[in-house]
Ligand binder design. Structure first.
Ligand code: ATP
Ligand code: MG
Length: 347
């Protein structure tokens, strides 16, 4: 069953379109992510679902019930804000208890639930601490516990990991995912970090300028991007505008790529891990001579920027012990890629 359904949602602020033509069908228990650059409307849609703002057009259903005009407190939606929005003068326990008081739960139940959710997020022993005495990661856990304690039907997480350092971010990412699976709560997670979206999500919706461009599993959006924006936003890629005809894609005056299809389009996309070094006389199609301009080493992989005529190709290799790379900046090389790794895009 669908837990959250948005039909034809639009929200304008004065003359600014924050989001438009939004149609989303989110399943019960799903981990669903909104992914897109700053200002594309992600927070606006969360706020519409939570009931903090009203749409100009469209309807919102929660568990089959039309909640478009229902007050926020009656929606059974929990939201964790980007800045956590904790009450700074309350203790950890008081923060977690807050939503339960609003729900008018009796004292005994409140105490039980505070204990349960404090433990669930690993903060037992921190109950009487003030918020100011907590690290960013601990505050994030309090915000999560405060939302979960109210037993929301839907959990909305607005970039909850963006204030954390890289290591803590990875840890909290794993914790949120396992907690979500354990509780089975339908979750909408907002991020502009594509890696986070790919790792965490059952499905991802990609947004651009207030519109939903594509919805799919992480694999679907990575392997079959709907357009050049999605191809460029989800993972690194070599994206070229091209004139495509007669089985060839011209990506510059002097550079033409052989295709194995008659498909029409305006862009070609080739992932850096699909480009490889080869020998000049390899006998393959799509072998190009070039010069290594820069090399980027990040431990796991080595990225090369290779100039071929006026075009820069990016090539990524895994840094395995079986293959230590001897190619240096300035080296003359040949690169190639299989026709099947070339993605043709319309727009
Ligand atoms: N209260 C408001 N009044 C006027 N314009 C607003 C308001 N809230 C949002 N907007 C505008 O609506 C658009 C979408 O904003 P929104 O906050 O939903 O983006 P976002 O995708 O969450 O961005 P970010 O990743 O930076 O948080 C932006 O152009 C923003 O300036
Ligand atoms: Mg936002």
């Amino acid at each position: 069953m669908e837990a959250v359904v948005l039909r034809n949602i639009e929200k304008l602020y004065g003359g600014i379109t924050a989001c438009t033509d939004i149609n989303l069908f989110i399943n019960e228990g799903e981990f669903f992510t909104f992914l897109g650059p700053s200002g594309c409307g992600k927070t606006t849609i969360l706020r519409l679902i939570a009931g903090f703002i009203q749409p100009g057009k469209g309807t919102i259903h929660l568990g089959g019930r039309n909640i478009t005009h229902l007050e926020a407190e009656k929606r059974q939606v929990g939201m964790v804000f980007q800045n956590y929005a904790l009450f700074p003068f309350m203790t950890v326990a008081e923060n977690i208890e807050y939503g339960l008081k609003i729900q008018k739960r009796d004292k005994k139940e409140r105490a039980e639930r505070v204990e349960k959710f404090t433990e669930m997020v690993g903060l037992t022993g921190f109950e009487q601490r003030n918020i100011a005495e907590l690290s960013g990661g601990e505050q994030q856990r309090v915000a999560l516990a405060r939302s979960l304690a109210t037993e929301p039907k839907v959990l909305l997480l607005d970039e909850p990991l963006s204030n954390l350092d890289a290591r803590l971010r990875e840890k909290m990412r794993a914790e949120i995912k396992s907690l979500q699976k354990k509780l089975g709560v339908t979750t909408i997670f907002v991020t502009h970090d594509q890696t986070e979206a790919l790792i965490l999500s059952d499905r991802v919706a990609v947004f651009e300028k207030g519109r939903c461009i594509q919805i799919g599993t992480p694999q679907e959006i990575y392997l079959h991007p709907a357009n050049s924006f999605v191809a460029g936003f989800i993972g690194d890629t070599n994206l070229f505008s091209a004139e495509i005809k007669n089985g060839k894609a011209s990506i510059s005056e002097k550079l033409s790529i052989d295709l194995d299809t008659d498909e029409a389009g305006r862009f070609v996309s080739i992932r850096p891990q699909d480009v490889f070094f080869t020998k000049a006389q390899d006998g393959r199609t799509n072998v190009f001579p070039g010069k290594v301009e820069t090399i980027q080493f990040d431990g796991i992989s080595v990225g090369y920027n290779i100039r071929v005529e006026s075009i820069i190709f990016r090539l990524t290799l895994l840094n395995t012990c079986a293959f230590r790379h001897s190619i240096t900046a300035g080296a003359d090389v040949h690169i190639s890629f299989d026709t099947k790794s070339i993605k043709i895009l319309d727009c």
